[in-house]
Design a binder for this molecule. Sequence first.
Ligand SMILES: [Zn+2]
Length: 430
Amino acid sequence: MKRVEKCLCILLIVLFLFSCSSGILSRDTPLSCPDQKDNHIEETGILDSAEYEKHVEKESEKDTKVSFLATGDNLLHSSLICDASVNAGGKNTLNTEGPFDFMPIYANIAEAVASADLAFINQETPLAGNAYPYKGYPRFNGPFAAGEALIATGFDIVNIATNHMLDVSEGGLEGSITFWENQPVTLIGGYRNRDDFDNIRLVTCNGISIALLAYTTFINYSTSLPEGSAYIVPYAKEETIRRQTALAHKLADVVIVSVHWGKEYKGDSWGETNHFPINSSQQKITDILLSCNVDVLIGHHPHVIQSIEKKQRADGKETLVINSLGNLVSTMECMKNMVGGLFTFDIVRNNKEIRIENVLFIPTITHYNKSYRKITLHYLENYAHEQLKDHGALDSSKRTKEDLVKMVLDNIDTSYLPAYYQNPANYKNS
Ligand SMILES: [Zn+2]
């Protein structure tokens, strides 16, 4: 190769390694990594042939890394919309005009979300905007401002395959998809037709390509697509999973699957232990995904946190599984539903080898006061026991902070938790 061509080649390799983009097979939409500014391109200079070969060899031996963060259900009860209206100086109502300010809700986690290379959120409820009335439980619809706040907080990957995806019928699904498609995020779980569903969403970051699949096990019984609709409910059917994971493996270095599944845990019952086991449907889908050699399985919907596991898959490697991320934000009635978390890990690639490292779960709690206002997320370890007295949940006065920490420990292995949770002296009698 001529010297000029070599330099150009090296530059292209470096640019490839340190760039992030997202898109789908035929429609590649460049998207900047949130921390792209932190990556620096080394001065390559002019190398002779032997130096060039050595350089390429050395580059290919280096680890490249993507930090990934996932959070659970962003469950937009009507009180959250009203609170965002008050935050913006408006009335405490579900007015369709706005304005809304959802940013204070996420302020405490914004730094962590923005600093991850890729940040995933499960948008549990439709954001179809003011073409439809805003509503909370049981058939939800929220303003676009709620989605814009997630983007401003730093989320890059949004899942909408949930039991609520048809709460505003086909028009609401179309409105949600159109909104997210026009934002600088990768949307998964919302598909306009069969071809769109099979068009695997890919994100490439720091030279590592990631395929993102999304399924739900059900939608709410009172909702459905009209007969003849081309839109898709991406059900977690075995045939679909096998076909799409095979395709995903051909296209990407890593396959991450989001599944909306499991039993909902509600109510204020509180035992000596509060372990929330997975159900047989979760087990069955997990077994299928393990046989398909997926790298990471991200579960959500039960409204509580469930275990993190490393499970052996068909090819002898491991799949990282979080069975339920819990709620990120909601105004559900009981304390067990207030705890969620930030699930973080690094995807490391060395040549063809992929490793998942540094798995961590950072528990969070949603606070709302007795008037369903001042809705804010906090890291559980920073949340003072005194704040529980002001919490609006039905059973807040019966719980201590130690109870909440113990609930986390009943479900998440301490090896995946921050140092605070390793030492009982930190939370005992608090
Ligand atoms: Zn759900």
